[in-house]
Design a protein around this ligand. Structure first.
Ligand code: NAP
Length: 309
């Protein structure tokens, strides 16, 4: 087995990479696992307009690439591939990745959150065949060009997806289960005033067609007030109904909330001494790039103090 590391960081989103920058500058030589989505969810957004320091906005992928370069410049070592299991029951802690067991004195969990699913069978069967969770990744595909598209959700993500898709689609139907959006005011105004975006209020996607044809041809919408259903033709369904924390691998190893978020006990401390958590994996309230970066910094400082003690 390799030498015990000072600190292992799990995740390379805003939280993980900020923790990497801070622990690397503290000369702790962090080992950072990038997980299934290197750079985290921000790499799938287009322009990030609210990260301080970029008055014109910055491309999400570029922001994360720069953060990684900054962490590596100070000596952070990045490894790719998902973490298979952890053992926090004894010290040093063990992390198994790619079949290799690595031990560390401290762990920082920054595995973030993933996209929630609608949970209907046709969504699963038509995944990547017209059903997608990322407009910036898939929106420009030929199958979606000059076609009507459906976006599901009423938060900032759904609006961002809908606005992005107006570049390619003939029309974007924004399907929301209530009659008021959850998104921030500025995003709401942009969506509601856009000529290509049509609101489908008080509606949920009940069924996605057409599993027989193995591609998306439309959706059945159900009115949440009356229960009435209607058909809406479309070439793609972009699901943007929020996030679920990536904590499956920690189940039974640290305390999680009923929704699966890491429970914090003051600052970024988890239920296991020496294991810290930051970013969206422990935050169901703010979930912003800048708050993730902030808690990543806090986790690094707390880990550094823990190791010094
Ligand atoms: P969110 O704010 O939790 O919104 C999820 C939306 O999906 C809500 O409108 C919700 O409806 C709806 N929804 C949830 N489950 C559903 C279901 N099963 N069926 C139909 N609709 C469902 O999630 P988000 O939009 O992904 O945003 C996550 C966080 O990232 C937020 O804090 C957001 O501010 C942030 N963010 C910010 C930006 C930005 O600043 N530009 C961009 C993207 C994301 P209800 O409203 O009825 O609950």
């Amino acid at each position: 087995m390799s030498e015990t590391r000072n600190v292992i960081i799990l995740g390379t989103g805003c939280a993980g990479l900020t923790a990497a920058i801070y622990t690397a500058r503290a000369d702790l030589k962090p080992l950072v696992f990038a997980g299934l989505m290197p750079g985290g969810l921000l790499t799938t957004t287009s322009i990030v307009e609210n990260f301080p320091g970029f008055p014109e906005g910055i491309d999400g992928y570029e922001l994360m690439t720069r953060m990684q370069q900054q962490a590596e410049r100070f000596g952070a070592e990045i490894k790719y591939g998902p973490v298979e299991s952890v053992d926090f029951s004894k010290k040093p802690f063990t992390v198994v990745a790619d079949g290799e067991e690595i031990t560390a004195k401290a762990i920082i969990i920054a595995t973030g959150a993933g996209h929630k699913h609608l949970g209907i069978e046709s969504e699963r069967l038509l995944d990547k065949k017209g059903v997608t969770y990322c407009a910036t990744c898939d929106g420009a595909l030929p199958m979606f060009r000059n076609q009507p598209l459906v976006v599901v959700g009423g938060g900032d993500s759904a609006i961002e997806e809908a606005l992005y898709l107006t570049r390619f689609a003939s029309k974007v139907h924004l399907v929301h289960r209530r009659d008021a959006l959850r998104a921030s005011r500025i995003m709401q105004e942009r969506a509601l005033s856009h000529e290509k975006i049509q609101m489908e209020w008080n509606s949920v996607v009940d069924e996605i067609h057409d599993v027989q044809q193995d591609c998306v041809t439309g959706v059945r919408l159900k009115d949440t007030l009356t229960g009435a259903t209607r058909e809406l033709p479309c070439a793609g369904v972009f699901v943007a109904i929020g996030l679920a924390p990536n904590t499956a691998v920690f189940q039974g190893h640290i305390a999680l909330s009923p929704e699966g978020y890491v429970e914090l006990h003051g600052g970024t401390r988890t239920s296991v001494e020496g294991v810290f958590a930051c970013g969206d994996v422990a935050d169901h309230v703010y979930r912003q790039a800048i708050t993730a970066a902030g808690t990543g910094c806090a986790a690094a400082i707390e880990a550094e103090r823990y190791l010094a003690d």
